[in-house]
Ligand binder design. Structure first.
Ligand code: ARG
Length: 500
C-alpha cells in the first residue's frame, strides 16, 4: 500500500522505483541499463562576473544531475572554468598596476573583476580614435599571454594562484546553493592537447587555412549554411575555445567512458555546439551518435537581474540580497515571533527562492527576474514550498497524536485526502519525466501542486480533537506529504525548513 511505502522508503521514496528500471520497447518490456552520464554545468569565467546565465546553468545542471542519479544512473559532475585566454595577459598587466594582495586574498573574484575593469578602461582611453586591438596596454597583455602559453613559470605560478583563490571562493558559494562538483576542469587543462587534436586534423586532411588571414579551420560541410567553416587555429598557432572544447570532450570520453554527456549552457551557444558536433562528425567519432541529440541542454535568457549594488552581479550579491529581503519580510510581520536562528533561516529561504525561480519555467523560456515574484510566500515560489513544508512539520509537533503504522486508511474518505493520496503516487513518474525531458520544471510544478493540495487538506482535515482512528490516518497522510515534499526539495538542492 502506497502510504506505507512512502514512510518505509523514507528519504529514498521516489528513487528506487520500477518506472525507472523498465520501459516498453519493441520486444515488450525491457530493462533499462544503468548509464554513465556526465553533466557539465556552471562553468563561469575567472575574473569576469558570474552572470545570471551562469546561475541558471548551475541550478538547472545540478538538478538534472540529481534527477539522473535518482533514476539510477552513474553521474559525474563537471565544472569547466573559463581559466584561459588572452584576458589573462591583460589581467596580469592590470594586477601589476592596480593589484592589492590583501583584497585579492579576501575577495578574489571581486578584486580580479575590479582590476580587469580598470585595465580595460586604460585600453579604451589609449584607443580613443585609434585601433583598439593594438594599444600599448593591449600589446603588453598579448605579450604576457604568449609567454604564458609558452609555459613561462613566473606567469604560470601567478595564474595558478588566481585560479586557486577563485575556485576556493566559488566552492563556498556553491555550498550555499547546495551545489557541488566531482571535478573542476578548465580550458587551461587542454591547451597542450588542443595541439594534439590539431595534428590529428592535419593528418586526417581536415585542417585548412584561410588564404588572407592564415586562420586554420575545419570545413563542416554545407548543412550549417554560411558558417560552414569552424575556426580552430589562430594565425599565430595558438588554440581557440572550440579546439580546447574538442580536446576536452575527447579526454572526457577516455576518462569516463560516458554513455551520455550533457552541456548545460545558455541557448546563445546553440550554433557553437552544433559546430562542435559537426567537427566531431568529420573526425568520425564513433560515439557521437549516442550523445548528439542531448549534447547541448540549452536554456533561455534571464533579464533584469540586478541588486542594490547595480547591474554587475556577483552570485554572492544575489544570495545576500535575497537573504536581506527575506529578513525584512520576517521582521515586518507583526503576527509571528521570528524563529531563534532567524539569520540562517533567512539565508536558506533566500537561496530556496533564487533556486526555484531559475527552475519553475521550461528551461528554454526566457524570463525577467523580479524580486517580488521570487520572494512571494503565497504564489508558486521557493518560499511557498518551504512554507508548505514547515506547516507539515509543525503539525507533527503540535497535534498531540503519535504516528502509528497501524492506522486505518479507510478513514481517508474526503476528496481532499483522496486527491492528495493520488498525487503522492505520481512522485516517481514526475522524477522520471523530468529527467527524460531534461526539464526540472516538471518536478517543480509537481511540488507546487503537492504544496497546494496539502495546504488545502490541512485547512479542512483537522487532526487535533478527532477520534484516534481518524487522527492517526490523517497524520500519516500528512507525514507522507511531508516526506515527499522533503525528498523533492532535496532533489532541487534545497535544505527543507521545519520552522520559519
Ligand atoms: N565559460 C563559458 C561561458 O561563460 C561557458 C562554457 C560552456 N562549456 C563549454 N564546454 N564550452 O560562456
Amino acid at each position: 500500500m502506497l502510504l506505507h511505502s512512502v514512510m518505509s522508503f523514507g528519504e529514498r521514496y521516489g528513487q528506487d522505483s520500477e518506472v525507472f528500471r523498465y520501459k516498453r520497447g519493441k520486444g515488450g518490456i525491457e530493462e533499462v541499463p544503468h548509464l554513465k552520464v556526465v553533466f557539465e554545468y556552471s562553468s563561469p569565467n575567472i575574473a569576469k562576473p558570474f552572470h545570471a546565465g551562469h546561475l541558471r546553468s548551475t541550478v538547472i545542471g545540478h538538478v538534472l544531475a540529481n534527477l539522473c542519479e535518482a533514476s539510477g544512473h552513474m553521474v559525474t559532475r563537471l565544472n569547466y572554468l573559463g581559466d584561459w585566454g588572452t584576458q589573462f595577459g591583460l589581467l596580469t598587466v592590470g594586477l601589476k598596476r592596480y593589484g592589492n594582495s590583501e583584497a585579492l586574498k579576501s575577495s578574489p573574484m571581486e578584486h580580479l573583476f575590479e582590476v580587469y575593469v580598470k585595465v580595460n578602461s586604460d585600453v579604451s582611453r589609449e584607443a580613443e580614435g585609434g585601433n583598439k586591438t593594438s594599444t600599448p596596454t593591449q600589446r603588453e597583455g598579448l605579450d604576457i599571454f604568449r609567454q604564458l602559453e609558452n609555459g613561462d613559470t613566473t606567469y604560470l605560478d601567478q595564474w595558478q594562484e588566481l585560479r586557486d583563490l577563485s575556485v576556493k571562493e566559488y566552492r563556498n558559494i556553491y555550498k550555499r546553493l547546495g551545489v557541488w562538483f566531482d571535478e573542476y576542469h578548465g580550458e587551461a587543462m587542454y591547451v597542450r592537447s588542443a595541439q594534439d587534436v590539431i595534428n590529428r586534423w592535419r593528418n586526417m586532411g581536415l585542417l585548412e587555412f584561410e588564404k588572407d588571414t592564415g586562420v586554420g579551420y575545419v570545413d563542416m560541410g554545407q548543412h550549417l549554411g554560411h558558417s560552414s567553416r569552424a575556426k580552430v587555429l589562430k594565425s599565430d598557432g595558438t588554440s581557440l575555445y572550440l579546439t580546447r572544447d574538442i580536446a576536452a570532450i575527447l579526454d572526457r570520453f577516455e576518462r569516463y567512458q560516458f554513455d551520455k554527456i550533457h552541456y548545460v549552457v545558455d541557448s546563445g551557444q546553440v550554433l557553437y555546439f552544433r559546430q562542435m558536433a559537426a567537427v566531431l562528425n568529420r573526425m568520425q567519432t564513433p560515439w557521437l551518435n549516442k550523445v548528439r541529440d542531448t549534447l547541448h541542454v540549452p536554456f533561455g535568457r534571464v533579464d533584469g537581474m540586478s541588486t542594490r549594488r547595480g547591474n554587475v552581479v556577483f552570485l554572492k550579491d544575489i544570495l545576500d540580497e535575497s537573504k536581506s529581503r527575506m529578513l525584512q519580510t520576517i521582521y515586518s510581520k507583526e503576527t509571528s515571533k521570528p524563529v531563534d536562528d532567524v539569520d540562517s533561516v533567512a539565508d536558506v529561504l533566500g537561496v530556496s527562492a533564487v533556486i526555484v525561480q531559475g527552475l519553475k519555467e521550461k528551461r528554454q523560456k526566457s524570463y525577467t527576474f523580479s524580486w517580488e515574484k521570487v520572494l512571494n510566500f503565497k504564489s508558486d515560489s521557493g518560499v511557498f514550498l518551504q512554507y508548505s513544508h514547515a506547516r507539515l512539520s509543525s503539525l507533527a509537533e503540535n497535534c498531540g497524536v503519535s504516528l502509528s503504522e497501524d492506522f486505518s486508511a479507510g478513514c481517508l474518505t474526503e476528496p481532499e485526502a483522496q486527491r492528495l493520496v493520488l498525487h503522492l503516487t505520481g512522485f516517481d513518474t514526475a522524477i522520471h519525466e523530468a529527467y527524460q525531458e531534461l526539464e526540472p520544471c516538471i518536478l517543480v510544478q509537481y511540488l507546487f501542486k503537492l504544496g497546494h493540495l496539502s495546504n488545502t487538506a490541512l485547512s479542512c482535515l483537522q487532526v487535533k480533537g478527532q477520534s484516534t482512528d481518524t487522527a492517526q490516518a490523517r497524520l500519516w497522510l500528512f507525514m507522507c506529504s511531508r516526506q515527499t515534499l522533503r525528498n523533492g526539495l532535496h532533489l532541487l538542492g534545497i535544505q527543507p525548513l521545519d520552522k520559519m
